[in-house]
Design a protein around this ligand. Sequence first.
Ligand code: KIV
Length: 256
Amino acid sequence: MAVTTQQLIQWKQQGRSIVALTAWDYAIAQLLDATGVDLILVGDSLAVVLGYETTLPVTLEEMIHHAKAVRRGVKNALVVVDLPFLTYQESIQQAMQSAGRVLKETGAQAVKLEGGYPAMVETIERLVQAGIPVMGHVGLTPQSVHQLGLRQQGKSPEAGERILNEAIALEQAGVFSIVLEHIPAHLALQITQKLRIPTIGIGAGSDCDGQVLVTADILGLSEKQPPFAKVYTNLRETITKAVQNYSVEVRDRQFP
Ligand code: KIV
């Protein structure tokens, strides 16, 4: 049965951990879905595969193009799509148009927006009222890289309290789940215990209601991984060897 936003909340109540990964194309989405992954995020980490240094240059058109491909490969997982930088921060109307386009044009079930400051909470509340399922994202928010860097967030008691309050405000605004990125494990635990909706951690310890990682990182495809990613296989090495073998065989006229 296809995963729904309500299902994720029930899984939290039942203590069943949620498995989430990113996908940027049809082939990977199909593989992830067939293994039974619960949630597939078309993250704006799409920047990696497009060769951008940060997520900032990613456009709404690019997100929609890739999300359509991912959606075609998914039968069961819940598909969530990131709204990219400056396609939702300017105004509620801009956010409504961008989120509406993503849902209408890609067939994805939800969008993810970064930030839990008051204006963003208000925007998210309006999206939810309009029937758009929204996932929140606090802690390290990569679209603010030029303000925050890629450092762990919420280390001081004051910063931790601010992130906790943002998470509470997002829950009140109606998000169905929230990504906690690169914050101390004790803070993630505190937020997870406080909220009714599931927390999905990335670099936030093992006490979140689920975990997400960038698939290219776990497959060893990324040029560099964040410190909290775990590399489960080294596809860069596998691909390099395969291509080298093919090249040798073509040059030696052994293939075909
Ligand atoms: O863009 C992305 O892939 C993300 C995850 C790292 C949470 O937002």
